[in-house]
Design a protein around this ligand. Structure first.
Ligand SMILES: Cc1cc2nc3c(=O)[nH]c(=O)nc-3n(C[C@H](O)[C@H](O)[C@H](O)COP(=O)(O)OP(=O)(O)OC[C@H]3O[C@@H](n4cnc5c(N)ncnc54)[C@H](O)[C@@H]3O)c2cc1C
Length: 495
């Protein structure tokens, strides 16, 4: 370390990862695995890691594996269903499970029950069209080993055993069907993040909490980060040949401060998530899964309604949502001026084009933000007809910063999918976008590694394979055993 007059001390690191969320934590462990001699520093502005989007209370905790989320299985014009995206996300989640299990086996992570549990995933189809879609969906996924335990039923008696809370009090005789996968999971990504960072520390990495990166510059072929200790106000500089910006909602502002040309025309719009929550034991006892339905007309895919059993700190509750809300902050503990400060001459045209080209979405958001409690209860009663207002309360979840960019002359939302941005020959990598996120952290971070060090996968092959072997059926079965999850048992079709 050396001191430069007027700038505070300068520290040199081989890699600096900005943000202590699940993405940086996963990347940190994988970097330490492939290049154990590299000195890795994670810098987090809050006093604890995993407290923004990765915190259990700030996301839905669904281990996204394509088992129940209809947005991964679009209907083709001929009525059949395209399974491609569901299979891809199932494979990506399998890679995450295998990675976590390998770390548990080495004694670096755990106990696994603190961050991942079996919670069945169900999909709910309503009306003749919804039932036909669900049947076509099962048909498309049937036969794929990652969906071997997917059961389908339109028998009201079976549905009443799978979904007692959802089926109670229904009189209207609307056709209904459901799928159920016992292999589904609920994940506490906040606990997972902190365990991964502990694993990184044990491997020689450093995690500095309460330290905010205030600016980022490319200087003399390296990256220089200005950081501020939020408790003492002390400032210093970090210098590194490689920087990863995994700052969640804080990523775009940092890239803008660094004048990264690749994002010059990117804009951002924050959308907060909210859920209705109940802790009443009899309701929780009557709903033992995560059940996803169809998005309402005009609603974005991220707003697909679901009723989830959650397990946080060993306590069970039910969450229903998400409902969109508005806050101009880019992080739940961000600043009120975040949105205004992100508007630049370079991205103004994209912001305006996004307003012009996403009217249905804007109308949906306005409806959501101005919704009365009674309309949220009405949405809940479509899932739980017997729901009583006094049993449920509205809770805030995380901030999603939707990235806006221009595609073929139209302002579009990077709504579904996480985008890896690289700059300066791969010496900077960053993640933009909000979903599917945490579940696919391993796959995303492997893309980040590839982008930062093109062609080095082969060189790292054996070391990487120790933590991220191909998720073969045997490997996955072993991972599920190690993590204490229900095995995937093949079922014989419809019930
Ligand atoms: C409502 C909602 C529901 C979701 N549901 C699911 C789900 O069911 N399943 C799923 O897999 N994913 C879900 N997601 C997505 C998932 O939560 C995120 O994709 C994931 O947590 C992102 O992790 P991250 O590490 O990129 O960001 P974060 O966890 O947000 O971490 C970023 C960190 O960077 C820090 N930081 C920011 N700026 C700075 C700075 N300048 N200096 C230092 N530190 C900084 C922040 O304090 C924060 O700790 C959901 C998201 C939302 C909002």
């Amino acid at each position: 370390m050396r001191t430069v007059p007027g700038t505070g001390s300068v520290e040199d690191w081989d890699a600096v990862l900005v943000g202590g969320g699940v993405m940086s934590a996963t990347l940190g462990v994988l970097l330490a695995q492939v290049e154990p001699d590299r000195r890795v520093l994670v810098v987090e502005r809050l006093d604890e890691a995993g407290c923004e989007s990765s915190a259990a209370e700030n996301n839905a905790g669904t281990g996204h594996a394509g088992l129940c989320e209809f947005n991964y299985t679009p209907r083709r014009p001929d009525g059949t269903v395209d399974p491609g995206a569901a299979v891809l996300i199932a494979e990506q989640f399998a890679a995450s499970l295998v990675f976590w299990a390998r770390l548990v086996e080495r004694g670096e992570l755990g106990p696994p029950g603190a961050f991942v549990r079996s919670v069945p995933h169900l999909g709910l189809g309503r009306g003749a069209d919804g039932v036909a879609y669900l049947r076509a969906r099962v048909e498309a996924l049937r036969g794929h080993p990652l969906f071997a335990d997917l059961e389908y039923s339109d028998d009201p008696d079976v549905l009443a055993t799978w979904l007692p809370l959802v089926m109670a009090g229904r009189t209207e005789g609307e056709p209904m069907a459901a799928t159920r996968a016992a292999q589904g999971t609920d994940v506490d990504f906040g606990v997972l993040t902190r365990q991964l960072l502990a694993a990184l520390r044990a491997r020689g990495g450093e995690v500095r909490l309460g330290t905010e990166v205030t600016s980022l510059r490319r200087r003399g072929g390296r990256w220089e980060l200005a950081v501020r200790d939020r408790a003492t106000g002390a400032r210093r500089r970090l210098r590194t040949p490689y920087v990863f910006v995994g700052a969640g909602g804080g990523t775009l502002p940092l890239l803008q401060s660094a004048r990264v040309p690749e994002v010059r025309r990117y804009g951002a719009f924050p959308i907060s998530g909210r859920f209705l929550r109940t802790d009443r034991p009899e309701l929780v006892a009557a709903h033992r899964g995560k059940v996803y339905g169809h998005a309402e007309p005009g609603a974005p895919a991220i707003s697909v309604p679901h009723l989830d059993l959650r397990v946080v700190d060993g306590r069970e509750s039910l969450l229903f949502g998400p409902f969109a809300a508005f806050s101009p902050r880019f992080l739940t503990r961000g600043r009120l001026g975040d949105l205004v400060r992100s508007v630049r001459p370079g991205n103004l045209p994209v912001l305006l084009a996004s307003v012009r080209d996403n009217r249905a979405l804007i109308a949906y958001l306005v409806r959501q933000v101005t919704a009365r409690p009674s309309s949220r209860m009405a949405a809940l009663r479509r899932f739980v007809p017997t729901a009583r207002e006094e049993d449920w309360r509205l809770v805030d979840a995380g901030q999603r910063v939707q990235v806006l960019k221009e595609t073929d002359g139209r302002g579009t939302l990077v709504g579904f999918g996480t985008e890896v941005v690289t700059s300066a020959g791969g010496s900077l990598a960053a993640l933009l976008g909000a979903s599917p996120g945490a579940s696919t952290a391993v796959a995303t971070v492997l893309d980040v590694l590839d982008a930062g060090s093109p062609g080095r996968r082969d060189e790292w092959g054996a070391r990487l394979a120790e933590l991220v072997p191909p998720p073969t059926p045997d490997e996955l079965a072993r991972a599920r055993r190690v993590l204490g999850l229900a095995p995937v048992l093949a079922v014989g079709g419809a019930r």
